[in-house]
Design a protein around this ligand. Structure first.
Ligand code: HEM
Length: 309
């Protein structure tokens, strides 16, 4: 089974689009699912240098309409968390498009073609245009993505294999849009910021265990199974913002073959590990969306398009 183009590295630009769709217009939705790869080629072929790619995700409720008999084992609505300082909220979303390229204009062109194919009554409930900021930094000023699995490891972390063989080649995408309070963040000293993240700001080196607080972001997200093996996800976060609106954000997207890994990270961040020891980054970051999508293999997308699942 060929996965969708999940395993690629971060690009200069990305466009994230989440839509709700009227489930009774399932013929239109199936035809869009079937054509998404072709539309991506129609744009991307003309600009090979731009490395255009698109991953399509399907939310739990829409999946139930499209394929009531067969469902990925871990596909469910995003699990809300009532956290210590912030809630991880769940928000609507039936279809998700993760469009990436080296140029934003090319992402936008594909998004327009996809939007034109959404059935009448669909609503784009979220659209974010993300950009590379300096040397891969988030808008808190820290390099984001360093400890991601490398090219040889991504498939093993993000793409389903035999554990759910009907859905091999698929992946779970957890998506949250965070807004940062930069006024409060910038009131911290650089050392305090480094303790919140768990890495040094300028040179990106991880703090040693003795100086890394247990509520640092990387401390709470560095997790292991019972046998001591590290549990990882593939993150493709992008910064976004608006000077006029005063928004500074991180669009979090984590791909996993086992979404319980992402969900455990979220519990660590919001509820704390041990309970109450929540992620210090949340004092400065608020999620404004929360969604979970299943991104089928390219073959399964075609089968969904043709009703034959
Ligand atoms: C690491 C930023 C949300 C999972 C990091 C790092 C930064 C960062 C700067 C350190 C460098 C790196 O290894 O990438 C952010 C920001 C977020 C956010 C600004 C949104 C406010 C999340 C969420 C999850 C997550 C929601 C999981 C559900 C991880 C993991 C690591 C990491 C697994 C690597 C930990 C390790 O060192 O082993 N993040 N992150 N992050 N983050 Fe996040």
């Amino acid at each position: 089974m060929r996965p969708q183009p999940i395993a690629r590295p971060l690009t200069e630009a990305a466009l994230f689009m989440v839509a709700t769709v009227p489930p009774d217009l399932s013929d239109d939705i199936r035809s869009l699912l079937g054509d998404a790869e072709g539309l991506t080629k129609a744009v991307g072929f003309r600009y090979p240098h731009a490395q255009l790619s698109c991953v399509v995700g399907i939310g739990s409720a829409l999946w139930d309409h499209l394929s009531p008999m067969l469902k990925p084992k871990q596909l469910h609505p995003f699990i809300q968390l009532h956290g210590v300082v912030r809630d991880a909220i769940a928000t609507p979303g039936d279809l998700f498009f993760h469009i990436r390229a080296e140029e934003l204009g090319i992402c936008f062109e594909l998004a327009r073609l996809l939007q034109a194919r959404l059935p009448p009554g669909s609503v784009i409930v979220d659209e974010v245009q993300g950009f590379r900021y300096l040397d891969q930094r988030d808008l808190l000023g820290f390099v984001d993505g360093t400890e991601n699995p490398d090219a040889g490891e991504v498939l093993g972390v993000a793409i389903i294999g035999d554990e759910d063989s009907d859905f091999a080649g698929g992946s779970y995408a957890t998506v949250q849009k965070y807004l940062h309070n930069l006024t409060a963040w910038n009131a911290l000293t650089t050392e305090e910021q480094e303790q919140a993240v768990g890495r040094r700001k300028l040179d990106n080196v991880e703090l040693d265990e003795a100086s890394k607080p247990s509520n640092a972001h990387v401390a709470l997200n560095n997790i292991h199974d019972d046998g001591g093996e590290e549990l990882a996800i593939y993150r493709l976060n992008m910064p976004f913002g608006s000077l006029r609106e005063g928004t500074n954000g991180t669009y979090f997207i984590g791909y996993a073959k086992d979404v319980s890994v992402t969900e455990r990270m979220l519990r660590n961040m919001f509820l704390g590990d041990p309970p109450g020891n929540y992620d210090r980054l949340l004092d400065f970051s608020t999620p404004t969306t929360g969604t979970l999508f299943f991104c089928p293999s390219l073959e399964l997308l075609q089968r969904l398009a043709g009703l034959s699942i």
